[in-house]
Ligand binder design. Structure first.
Ligand SMILES: [Zn+2]
Length: 351
């Protein structure tokens, strides 16, 4: 079953990738789904061709913008986004960032964790700290470069995921059983900072905010855990962000799609494990669905024909915006992502 375009007068030439994306986000008619990524797009191939690696990109806004641009310039993904990991906010809160052994490793937060919320200093002047000025300058640079042509996405961490960084994932799971009130206190700590950061991204030219809530996954928290510990904060953050929001939760979201819709997000970014047809059905007329091509087996280790077949399955399921189901692995070959882009463009006639 394919979605039929009721108004066939929508002209392809009228739609820049940005216009198509913004229309699809608002569930308006488009000639075909946009194809881009909600999450990080930098790969080893792109980094080597540009001579810009993660650490370079995080120390220079122009380099960050150039590495993000490779998504469009080298692969044809119809959108660009920064930053490339979920450590920027946690670092400002005083946590250590592990840059990995290779310059192509995605930075991660060392999970040391704080014992109590009182032990954490909420930083003042959040927007002036750490790598945040670099990210905001890169967004402005990308927005000026691409104007009305290509959408620019700003990535922020989800409140529960920041809490999981601050308190340590293992400890926060134990806390959720023994002292649930403490989990909420940890999660509340980052709310103002994340909301302020997202608003600044929009002011500097971002077209949409991706809330990357990877630790709010049902695989980790369970359905009840998502509803209790993550959803209220996702909802509150989305209420505060005055622009389109894309809520990304890793893993199988099939059983929380209705809950994710209730957060008020403009769009839900789903992973390959999520039942796409069910997600489209539950979110109908309420939120756009983005995803859900598998990033590991298919995009990283599959062949271009595997990517094409899976992309077509996502289109057939009725997904509004075709995208990788999660962050691209830096090991993803450019040719596989290109195969996803081409598969979507080939299907134009069917819409
Ligand atoms: Zn993910």
């Amino acid at each position: 079953m394919t979605r039929t375009l009721r108004n066939s007068s929508v002209s392809i030439s009228e739609l820049t990738p940005k216009k198509r994306f913004l229309k699809a986000l608002k569930l308006r008619k488009v000639d075909r789904p946009p194809v881009l990524s909600a999450n990080q797009t930098a790969t080893v191939e792109q980094m080597e061709s540009l001579g810009i690696y993660y650490k370079d990109a995080y120390s220079d806004p122009e380099k960050m913008a150039a590495l993000a641009s490779a998504a469009w310039e080298q692969i044809g993904l119809e959108g660009v986004g920064v930053p490339f990991c979920q450590t920027v906010e946690a670092e400002v809160f005083g946590l250590e960032v592990n840059w990995g052994r290779k310059k192509t490793s995605i930075p991660v937060v060392s999970f040391k964790g704080c014992v109590a919320p009182e032990g954490i200093d909420v930083p003042e002047n959040f927007l002036e700290r750490g790598r945040i000025p670099v990210v905001l300058d890169a967004i402005e640079s990308l927005s000026e470069k691409y104007g009305d042509e290509i959408p620019v996405l700003g990535h922020v961490i989800g409140p529960f995921s920041l809490a999981a960084h601050l308190a340590n994932m293992e400890k926060i799971l134990k806390m959720s059983i023994k002292r649930p009130g403490l989990v909420e206190e940890f999660t509340e700590l980052g709310m103002d900072a994340i909301a302020e950061y997202a608003s600044a991204m929009l002011e500097r030219g971002a077209d949409a905010i991706v809330i990357e809530n990877m630790f709010a996954s049902v695989d980790i928290l369970g359905v009840k855990g998502y509803i209790t510990f993550a959803k209220p904060f996702d909802k509150e953050l989305i209420r505060r962000v005055k622009g389109p929001t894309i809520l990304h939760i890793c893993g199988d979201c099939t059983n929380i799609i209705g809950e994710m819709v209730e957060t008020g997000a403009t769009c839900l970014s789903i992973d390959s494990k999520t039942d796409a047809r069910y997600a489209v059905k539950v979110s109908r007329n309420k939120a756009a669905i983005m995803g859900n091509v598998d990033t590991v087996y298919t995009l990283t280790f599959g062949k271009p024909q595997d990517v094409e077949a899976e992309t077509l399955r996502s289109i057939e399921a009725g997904i509004d915006i075709i995208a990788p189901g999660c962050s691209l692995s830096p090991l993803t070959p450019n040719r596989n992502v290109r195969a996803m882009v081409e598969a979507v463009k080939k299907r134009k006639i069917s819409f």
